[in-house]
Design a protein around this ligand. Sequence first.
Ligand code: FAD
Length: 463
Amino acid sequence: MNNTGIEALKSKLPREVWTQDQDIIAPWLSEWRDKFFGQTPLMLMPRSTDEVARAVKICAAHKIPILPQGGNTGLVGGSTPQGEVLLSLRKMNKLRDVSAPDQLLIAEAGMTLQSVQEAARDAGLKFPLSLAAQGSCTIGGNLSTNAGGVHVIKYGSAKSLCLGVEAVLADGSIYSDLSRLRKDNTGYDLSRLFLGAEGTLGIITAASLRLVPAPAGIMRALVALAGPDDALTLLGRAQNAALAMFEVMPRSALDLVIKYIPDHRDPFDGPHPYYALIDWELGRDDEDTRAPFMALLEAAIADGLARDVVIAQSDTQAAQLLSLRENMSAAQKHDGGSIKHDVSVAVSDVPKFLARADALLARMIPNCRPVGFGHMGDGNIHYNVARPIDMDSQTFLSNWDRVQTAVHDLVSDMGGSISAEHGIGIMKKDDLAIRADPVKLALMRTVKSALDPDNILNPRVMI
Ligand SMILES: Cc1cc2nc3c(=O)[nH]c(=O)nc-3n(C[C@H](O)[C@H](O)[C@H](O)COP(=O)(O)OP(=O)(O)OC[C@H]3O[C@@H](n4cnc5c(N)ncnc54)[C@H](O)[C@@H]3O)c2cc1C
């Protein structure tokens, strides 16, 4: 490591902004899955855009690599430093502005997603990005990974909720586009460059976010089904402006949550093979929008498509139903881990993908337990494969690379994506290099070297 550069950072930045105390740094060097472990000579915790810019200028002068970090909930190794200076945005957590008439909010990058949601709610509006890590992940991380979550079917991913960003570039200059405009066609939309860039093109310090009218309420139902084909049929019938979530899970996933996560129970009297969890947003005239949802569920029961239905009768019950879905990854951790995939195919291909992937895995590792769950409404499945009951975790997880290659080959064959919402990071970098269109890869490299010629911004991820 460049000791002169590190000493320059320490001497030129306020004492409160940096630490080398390993007790403070340690929690930020490993991640949620315990798959990546890192190290850093220095953690920076700037409190303002100006402090970020000053830090980056020093790093640029000494060619010191920097890794920006938000909540450290990313799942692809992109937020774990391996010798880079760790630049945490968590102290930049102020709400700069919220405007109900403009339906927008300007947040600093370190605000958690949940605090952004709360600020929108206080203004009588809604910020519709929603995911299980929302109490910890930051808006800067959400934009840098173009996070998805459970409401993409209605509101799109993080990208579509961003009007513009403020970002510190690799030379320490500040790009400022905290737009309050809905329409602006004055040249390239450069803010978009930073969305989904995983910290490789600039450090997002603040963002202007689009808010939407808050629905009058939400009806949430868990529908028991025979399998993915029936889920797809139900999704087709449910298509409506009120449909805000359509998540699916097999019985095996529910079993794991009930077994490992305290206070979770089966909402039905008995087991069913498959489930869809649906959110239906209510308009101002409550009855107008409630009726079609009830009609949809009643028809599904009447013609045998649905085997049973539970409709949440209170906020508590609604939260319990969502918690079953949100704890699926956590439950798999207790079960000895799983080989994970975050893939997407065309929505109509989801059942075919699941059938082909299950058959493939049965051939590769007999008796392994594929648990494919997630965002069927967006064609995005978290295809997590659990170990055979009689195989120890370590032996099973040693198959990660060959299983991932086989699943990604299948996804590619079906015209899908090997990273639907979590990004590329370290984990899928080699895969991207092999599978991406060469013209796209070359263009990505051109953009990267134009914005970061010395390759100091998150230099090991993505490309
Ligand atoms: C239980 C659980 C459930 C999850 N569910 C979902 C889900 O449903 N949908 C989904 O999309 N993701 C999900 N995730 C993944 C994760 O929460 C998202 O990727 C999230 O957007 C990461 O935000 P973060 O602040 O934690 O970013 P980090 O993990 O800190 O960073 C992620 C990447 O962004 C970069 N970065 C972070 N902040 C900045 C910044 N300000 N400027 C530039 N680059 C930056 C980092 O360098 C890194 O490459 C889940 C994670 C967990 C643990």
